[in-house]
Design a protein around this ligand. Sequence first.
Ligand code: ADP
Ligand code: MG
Ligand code: ZN
Length: 557
Amino acid sequence: MNDPNLTDRLYECGAVFAKDIDKQMSPIISFLLTGVLPLILFIALGNYMAKKLMEHAGGKNSMAFGMGKSNAKIYVQSSEGIRFSDVAGEDEAKENLSEIVDYLHNPKKYTDVGASMPKGVLLVGPPGTGKTMLAKAVAGESNVPFFSMSGSEFVEMFVGMGASKVRDLFGQAKEKAPCIVFIDEIDAIGKKRDGQMGGNDEREQTLNQLLTEMDGFEGNNGVIILAATNRPESLDPALTRPGRFDRQIFVNRPDVRGREAILKVHARNKPIDATVDFKTIARITSGFTGADLENCLNEAAILAARDNRRQITMADVNEGITKMEMGPAKKSRLVTEHDKRITAYHEAGHAILACSLKNCEPVHEVTIIPRGMAAGFTMTRPENDNEHVSKAYLLDNITMTLGGRIAEELVIEDYCTGASGDIKALTERCRKMVTEWGMSEKVGLLYYGGDQEVFVGRDYHSTQGYSEETAALIDEEVRRIVDECHERGTEILKGKLDILHNMAKVLITKETIHTDEVNMLMQGKSAAEVIDFIDVKYSTEDKKTAVTGTDDGRLPH
Ligand code: ADP
Ligand code: MG
Ligand code: ZN
């Protein structure tokens, strides 16, 4: 509020202040503080910088203040370092890397037969799959010095500093050869030079310096450069050409066996109950990375500690997984009976369609406890990791996603906003079917994805690489597919209204049901029978935990 006299007027009328408010500052002091002081500071800083830059240009000794120094951390082999045995799964990546370790231990073996090691090895894979960890394991396994830097550490405020850091790093590395230089998240400096307006001069110079340095040493001088990135497509082509990073090692998301092994590695220092079955957890966590799995177990451990239990149970791990995927359960949020009923029917609709459609994954859990942004959810779990996704699967999946809305239409006879997440997900999938996966006969086997495409090594943004007619056809096809799925889903649910009512009733009383209960309901068991079953199941489980002396006060779910 712009009222300069307010304070004075308040004082005049004798207002009492909770906090002392200073009277208006004297205009001279205020002028000094806001006008002159910053100016002085600014000039002083400028002087300082200028001196630094002069020193830097002045020669080798200029590095005294650490500017332009690489600050690379040096790892030498130590007993507590990470070893290959700590990295579970990823056998191919480990095999490739152990070749390098072997070379560093015994270069003569390779030079004798005229083989030279690749100069640069690029670790490529999604975040959290263990790239950084693998690089550290290489350091732990080989007896040579290991320089580690992150790409972003090269990027400085001043043009030329990054380049000088690169120079320094390679200078040090050559002195210490044989050795390994590791540059993590290399995309921070290795992005394509696009020559666009406002391009980042500093970054480009750094990259140029890196390219020069990598050319500058001969094949067998014993410096091996490891780099990691999760965006190999954004790297400058000059960086990935033979002679620089000429070998790429893919670090993929782990498969079932890999996940089991990773879980075991991370469970080593955690007290795990006998109920925890790593095989099952590995099976239901398709798509999780090593970091995700580690996080899951940690969440489970936190839950156990919170409840003052000494051991981590399978229920904790399950909750950990769900929490990671959907956010923590909001048990305290007040849900009205009306909302509960709608959610129950919505989720039951999803679950029944998932059970009825041949290609849908088995239902793992159905709940109406709100979590994250969702009012409830139906979770299906794949039996195994599928590489290929078929059209039939996608259609069934879209139909199942529509199940919530269909149930609302059939029972509530009106619809709510709760299905918006479902609608968004299925529209995206359906569009991809038509524009990217060639699954619509009318549109044909053509790629119309609107995202960035790589064209002769450059990015260009195709705003729309197709005609108006094609656009209309795509929209029409997307619409047709969704409509057909909606019709099919309605047909199925109409035939199973009894089951829908029963499942909704069970959900409203018990809030969460699992595979067993869903299967009972699908076989036509009544709501009362299933509720009894749940009561018995959890009372025996409670007894079991009572015997082991744990104090599990949490709600069963
Ligand atoms: P990235 O560099 O690929 O993003 P990190 O190497 O930083 O991933 O991995 C993050 C964490 O995930 C690691 O500290 C480790 O605890 C865990 N992790 C990832 N992959 C594995 C694995 N294969 N085996 C064991 N732990 C793993
Ligand atoms: Mg990393
Ligand atoms: Zn839904």
